[in-house]
Design a protein around this ligand. Sequence first.
Ligand code: ZN
Length: 280
Amino acid sequence: MTDVVRYERRGPVALVTMDRPKYRNAQNSAMTYALDAAFTRAVDDEEVSVIVLAGAGDHFSAGHDIGTPERDAHRSFQRRAVLWWDHVDKSGGDGRYSREIEVYLGMCRRWREIPKPTVAMVQGACIAGGLMLAWVCDLIVAADDAFFADPVVRMGIPGVEYFAHPWVLGPRAAKEVLFTGERFDARRAYEWGMVNRVVPRDRLEEETVALAGRIAGMPRFGLALTKRAVNQAEDLMGLRAGMDSAFGLHHFAHAHNAETSADPLGGMDARAMRREGRRD
Ligand code: ZN
């Protein structure tokens, strides 16, 4: 396991922690594949019943890595999420689609299907790609200092790759969040039903691990079947098909940006996104 993700077991609970606090746990591919390895280990570990996903430091995750020195979008990794060719050395939409269907959409879908219950433990920033990670978890416990946003419409792109917004927020709130790109706090996320509970920051870990521990007392196979039943219900409510359709629009937007401006992100980098965000 690389050092960008930590793995720890506390009784029946596995704690998987993103560990790039210097970059607010921005997700490069090294982190994505380290997360996948940690989740696989937790699934295989007979002693583990519930998995908690956490972020080291003051923030859960600032999103995908679009600007740190360890950005590794052009590196090749052993693909695990979908059967598709490698993105490296492919041009234009071919390369972009190959990478995102594996590293972003594919990995998130793969993690949503983890047969053991997963709980996201969220403090501070949970932005864009950070939302994707929280959303694939079954439950979300948020600290009272947590804040959320999907600002990628500023890049001219209709939301992050794992387009769960209408299902986890409701259509009206989803439009507000996307149209404004503004932050919403843990209290609003709770009112919209996006998070299960909001706890004081200094009690976040204790409350989350305690909740995970209570779930761990339930029969393992019963939990796995129940998770599947609810996920299937969400898919019957259109989640999977809706996400496929949004993924096409997402890639149309990347291609439009590449065709008309500096790059597929519409000339925006992490710094520009933050600058725009401060104008809210
Ligand atoms: Zn994308």
